[in-house]
Design a protein around this ligand. Structure first.
Ligand code: FAD
Length: 380
């Protein structure tokens, strides 16, 4: 269920990696119009928890070979992701993160203030609110053309024998006792040995159809793009004193976003206070941006978990597999999410890099709280 990045990638890897071709992807609209086509396209593996670093690094390695494998130009651009810090405490935290990554063989570099100046001359290092002290660079991070990811996986899956059924909304799950046996859709019922839920922001809605409550809340996250200008920014830049990240697209627009709006919703628009907060961060860090016009603004529905990490897992119902809880970091995870979900379906056991992402962790109290802030989705 769900023709977004994770649903399509799971189907693709089931067919091409695990030889299971009797697969249908059912999507309520056209493929790719969910979050896979709404995100700010950033890929990276600069996490802190070792299990998360391994998972996202597995994904980054798959991105590195993806275009060749799919024979599709997804414009994978490893231009580097640069996180800035503004206090000594942040320097400590980022140094720990960089060290953790390097211990696991992942690229991470400390960047001095002068190097920040030469990498991103646009940054106001001495801005009045939060002067920049330095940064932390993952050179292999970057961006990928998001729609192309949906199209590339869809074409690859379709060529390998997968049926992709658009305009087919799942309206119910068929259940015999504690086993799921198929789905009800707007185009009729489909019987299935295994049903996989990969509907991102609508995970709770679909899980409720099966009588399950997930440790997930839905929130809206906004993104913005400016008018196109000549090249001014060739890294992905993240502000450390607020939640703000920005990159320049190949068309020249600055693509940026911030944090979730912070209230539960399935709306895809967002509110003005968060737009103002993001704009304030933008002009603090890059004053020149104040002269640009915003061309478009939109929102997407985030499936926020209670620990900020995703879920790839069996469920209490036999035959129902869950891929979700991507919060606002699930785009970069699409290759790994697809591969590990396909592994779980095909082999009946978790892929070695995704064993920590099981649903049972919440009841067992072994959450993967990347930011260490507890069960508060709006803080993740
Ligand atoms: C503004 C914004 C910026 C983001 N920036 C980044 C970023 O820079 N980097 C990053 O890693 N992540 C980012 N994300 C998060 C990322 O986009 C998501 O975590 C990820 O795309 C979710 O997985 P998906 O692609 O499978 O979801 P989706 O594309 O949303 O796929 C789910 C699909 O399920 C379908 N569906 C829902 N209900 C039903 C039903 N009843 N029947 C059938 N189909 C159904 C939907 O129509 C949809 O197509 C961002 C998200 C947003 C909104």
């Amino acid at each position: 269920m769900g023709g977004g990045g994770h649903g399509l990638a799971t189907a693709y890897y089931l067919a091409t990696e695990y030889g299971i071709r009797d697969v249908a992807v059912v999507e309520r609209g056209p493929i790719g119009l969910g979050n896979v086509g709404r995100n700010t396209t950033i890929i990276r593996s600069n996490y802190f928890l070792p299990d998360n670093i391994r998972f996202y690094e597995f994904s980054l390695k798959l991105w590195e070979g993806l275009e060749r494998r799919l024979n599709f130009n997804a414009m994978v651009s490893q231009r580097g992701t640069l996180n800035l810090f503004h206090t000594e405490a942040q320097r400590d935290l980022m140094t720990r993160r960089a060290n953790q990554m390097r211990l696991l063989g992942v690229d991470a570099e400390a960047v001095s203030r002068d190097e920040v100046r030469s990498l991103v001359p646009l940054v106001d290092l001495d801005n009045g609110r939060y002067p920049v002290l330095g940064g932390f660079l993952q050179p292999r991070g970057g961006t990928v053309r998001h729609d192309a990811v949906a199209w590339g996986y869809a074409r690859g899956a379709s060529e390998a024998g997968v049926d992709i059924i658009e305009h087919c909304e799942v309206t119910g799950l068929r259940r015999e006792g504690a086993r799921i046996t198929g789905v009800e859709t707007t185009r009729g019922p489909i019987a299935a040995e295994i049903v996989c839920l990969a509907v991102a922001g609508h995970s709770s809605v679909l899980a409720a159809m099966a009588g399950l409550t997930l440790p997930i809340e839905s929130h809206v996250l906004q993104a913005f793009v400016t008018e196109g200008i000549k090249p001014v920014l060739d890294v992905v830049l993240t502000y450390g004193a607020g939640h703000f990240y920005v990159s320049q697209s190949d068309k020249g627009g600055l693509v940026f976003g911030g944090a979730i709006d912070g209230y539960n919703t399935y709306g895809q628009r967002g509110t003005l206070p968060m737009a103002e907060e993001v704009a304030a961060s933008a002009v603090t860090l890059l004053p020149g941006v104040a002269r640009l016009k915003i061309l478009r603004q939109w929102g997407g529905v985030m499936d926020m978990t209670m620990d900020g990490s995703p879920i790839i897992s069996r469920t209490p119902l036999a035959g129902l597999i869950f891929n979700g809880g991507w919060c606002y970091g699930g785009f970069k995870a699409i290759p790994a999410g697809g591969m590990t979900t396909a592994h779980l379906i095909a082999r009946g056991e978790a892929h070695p890099v995704a064993t920590h992402l099981d649903l049972a962790r919440f009841a067992a109290g072994r959450t993967c709280d990347e930011r260490g802030i507890g069960p508060y989705p709006y803080l993740h």
